[in-house]
Design a protein around this ligand. Structure first.
Ligand code: C2O
Ligand code: CU
Ligand code: CU
Length: 484
């Protein structure tokens, strides 16, 4: 089946090369806007109640383009930002008005397994359900939500379904610092204004759109006044973001799972693999009046074909530095305690592998889901019915995750249901202990690299773990963990 069989209602059937929209077709230099907020309709405290509607929507992106058919949450892409506090109860009524099944997965939140939007819990086209969970103490951080239906996650995300979810701590030690959200996604737009389908190279490498968008805007203008805290999401299917600010020095204060124990100062770049998040503190240099750029520096993730070699250096946004008489805001030396997880009571091993099967049938058109590219976990493609790993509730487990790629590609490992601590990484026979304690839910694995992680899952049930290059996930690089 090609695109037409399960694609958007508006999607044309492609058989040959697709002309892409030129970079000039989307406006640039518009001021960065905060993400739209999902309005809390609860009538009492400690409750966040609202609704998310996933539906096709047409959005006009540029003067010269007809409106683009997207899939949207509440008519916007990215979807509305959900903002709540630790301890809050969340009740979200989800309506699936898409022409296909969907789910909502709460990426980075330790919600009960039956609320986590697993592919087994799909909501059919036209269906609805309520997701409800409580945000536990310690869950503050920059999380996100996106669909997770079986074999259609990549497509639903690239058609526009993903949004940010910020959990706040009322005693956040950085609450005096103004914030900006940078939700970074990419968009592969055809010249006719439609979202282009995946071709063979997109399936192989994971898709990279020609547009990189921040809060949905192409090359926006960010205003930096004094000291700011930037929350940054890599919501791209496959693009790695090696971010820099033209040499401007910044501090990292958080990873996927919230604050670090102490700021890491003196950084000039930050690598975010797909699905990773970070929070940084940026201070405008005192001379002011200048402009720097937010740049994705070259990075070679081992992709093949047209994406082979280091990605070209690319400007993502202009940053206007506004002179201010205000003194810079202090960043505390310690942020919060993180206790190292104790010795594990169980160990598991997960190996990602990929290769091309030369015996498999050749595709009849370039936009067909390929059968000859294998993306496997411990030698097997994902099976919804198979339990790959059994875990024990509440115990600390040590996972060794290995990137045994034959194609030479990097793969970001992600697990649902909680965060892990990285102990060490091993590449080319060299073991590197992790430089600082942090909670993460995604870790990039270079070709041939392995990492030791420790985690404790505090809720029973079924969880996914997978490569967060979404095409690889959909082609089978995913497993089921059953926690009992
Ligand atoms: Cu964002 Cu299963 O992941
Ligand atoms: Cu997830
Ligand atoms: Cu992968």
């Amino acid at each position: 089946p090609g695109m037409a069989s399960h694609g958007a209602m508006d999607a044309p059937v492609y058989t040959g090369p697709i002309a892409l929209a030129p970079l000039s077709s989307l406006p640039q230099h518009r001021p960065l806007q905060p993400l739209p907020r999902l309005v809390n309709r609860a009538r009492r405290g400690n409750l966040f109640r609202s609704r998310l509607v996933a539906a096709p929507a047409r959005l006009k992106l540029g003067q010269s383009l007809p409106p683009t058919p997207f899939y949207c949450y509440n008519h916007s892409t990215p979807g509305p930002l959900i903002e709540a506090y630790e301890g809050d109860q969340i009740e979200i009524d989800f309506f699936n008005l898409l022409p296909q099944a969907s789910t909502v997965h709460w990426h980075g939140l330790a919600v009960p397994a039956d609320q986590d939007g697993a592919p087994q819990d799909f909501i059919p086209a036209g269906g609805k359900r309520r997701y409800h969970f409580t945000l536990p103490a310690g869950s503050a951080g920059s999380h996100w939500y996106h669909p997770h239906p079986h074999m259609m996650t990549a497509e639903q995300v690239y058609r526009g379904l993903a949004g940010a979810f910020i959990v706040r701590d009322r005693n956040d030690p950085l609450r005096h610092i103004p914030e900006q959200e940078l939700f970074i996604s990419d968009l592969k737009l055809a010249a006719d204004g439609t979202v282009a389908p995946n071709d063979r190279e997109d399936w192989m490498n994971g898709r990279e759109g020609q547009f990189v968008l921040i809060n949905g805007l192409h090359l926006p203008l960010i205003t930096l006044v004094g000291t700011q805290r930037w929350r940054i999401w890599n919501a791209c299917s496959a693009r790695y973001l090696r971010l820099s600010l033209d040499g401007l020095v910044f501090s990292q204060v958080a990873t996927d799972g919230g604050l670090l124990t102490a700021p890491v100062h003196g950084l000039t770049e930050l690598l975010l693999a797909p699905a990773e998040r970070a929070e940084i503190i940026v201070t405008a240099p005192s001379q002011g009046g200048s402009r720097v750029q937010l740049v994705a520096e070259p990075y070679d993730r081992g992709a093949m074909g047209r994406l082979a070699g280091p990605s070209p250096r690319r400007v993502l946004a202009d940053v206007d530095i506004v002179p201010t008489s205000k003194t810079t805001l202090p960043v505390p030396d310690t942020l919060r305690p993180i206790a190292a997880l104790e010795n594990p009571t169980a160990e598991h091993m997960v190996a990602f592998s990929d290769f091309v099967d030369l015996e498999a049938p050749a595709p009849s058109n370039p936009y067909e889901r390929p059968q000859d590219m294998l993306f496997l976990v411990n030698g097997q493609a994902y099976d919804m019915e198979r339990i790959d790993i059994e875990g024990r509730l509440g115990e600390v487990e040590e996972w060794t995750v290995i990137n045994a790629t034959a194609m030479g590609m990097e793969h970001p490992f992600h697990i649902h249901g909680g965060h892990f601590q990285v102990l060490e990484r091993n590449l080319d026979g060299i073991t590197t202990p992790e430089p600082f304690l942090a909670w993460r839910d995604t870790i990039n694995l270079k070709a041939g690299e392995s990492a030791k992680l420790r985690m404790r899952i505090t809720e029973p049930g079924l969880r996914m773990f997978h490569c967060h290059i979404l095409e690889h996930e959909d082609l089978g690089m995913m497993g089921n963990l059953l926690v009992k």
